[in-house]
Design a binder for this molecule. Structure first.
Ligand code: SF4
Length: 275
């Protein structure tokens, strides 16, 4: 299958088999996100998906973890996902886990029964673009959810037996609000218990108008690093993995909390000294 656009997935999914089932993002309105702006969202026909599964199987592939692309594959209706999941298992009998990205509304649009069926068919982890736990920042950035919606969606997938990984963004609240954002996010994470937190430092390349009008002032890297440090100090979910990228080429801060807390803080302090 020819891949359209660009591959976007958490670094931890680099060993998973990436099976595109949609193109682009069905929402595509988050202010900071230009990943799929050039693409019109569409669903890939089942014949194409099956062709790709057959191609990989014929090459001897039988991946343990399958990641469904693209921007929010969980937007597909539950019955479409059921068909795809069954197809994946029939081609890859060794598949133990299926993961994909989801928005909060994509989860809320499904019934508890549907979520449970999807979990039973191998959906074990959803990546959710949480970004921030500051309500005004969610609104300003045109996110498709509010904080209460995020709490509800995560509670419902947990009840169905699906874990979640949080995509977050240091610097998303703009200059001067890094610590406030870190503290709000740590409180959210401590309550909603993701298995993984993936932080991409804010890269406001699609917010020229807001920046020109003074509505958004980007945080300096030093502030983002202080924000990251504060979050690591406060995150108290036992065994949560943390993976953070800064700059380009990216410097990474990663580890498992709480055991790697000091190691990660030391890495941040080393990066700060190079600024
Ligand atoms: S939902 Fe995700 S992929 Fe879609 S526009 Fe927002 S950040 Fe980008």
């Amino acid at each position: 299958m020819e891949y359209e656009g660009r591959i976007c997935r958490a670094p931890g999914e680099r060993a998973s088999y990436n099976l595109p089932v949609t193109v682009g993002c069905s929402y595509n309105h988050c202010k900071f996100c230009g990943l799929f702006k050039d693409l019109t969202y569409r669903e890939i026909p089942l014949e194409k998906i099956e062709e790709e599964l057959r191609r990989v199987k014929d090459l001897g592939g039988d991946p343990k973890v399958v990641y469904l692309g693209d921007g929010n594959a969980f937007h597909l209706k539950a019955e479409q996902l059921v068909t795809i999941l069954n197809m994946v298992h029939s081609y890859f009998p060794g598949c133990q886990e299926i993961r994909m990205d989801s928005t909060v509304p994509d989860i809320l649009a499904k019934t508890d029964e549907e979520l449970k069926t999807l979990a039973e068919l191998g959906v074990k982890r959803l990546y959710i673009g949480v970004e921030t736990a500051l309500p005004d920042v969610l609104k300003f950035m045109n996110k498709c959810h509010t904080l209460p919606m995020a709490y509800e969606a995560i509670e419902r997938i947990h009840k169905a037996g699906i874990d979640y990984a949080a995509h977050v963004m240091s610097g998303v609240a703009g200059e001067g609000r890094g610590i406030e954002n870190a503290e709000a996010l740590a409180a959210f994470v401590n309550e909603t218990k993701p298995v993984l937190v993936v932080n991409f430092d804010m890269f406001p390349s699609h917010m020229e108008e807001d920046m020109a009008a003074g509505r958004f002032v980007p945080a300096e890297l030093k502030e983002s690093l202080a924000e990251c440090r504060r979050f690591i100090e406060l995150a108290a979910v036992e065994g949560v993995e943390y993976d953070s990228s800064f700059g380009f080429p990216p410097d990474r801060v990663w580890g498992t909390l709480p055991k790697d807390r000091e190691k990660m803080i030391a890495a941040i302090e080393r990066m700060k000294k190079t600024l």
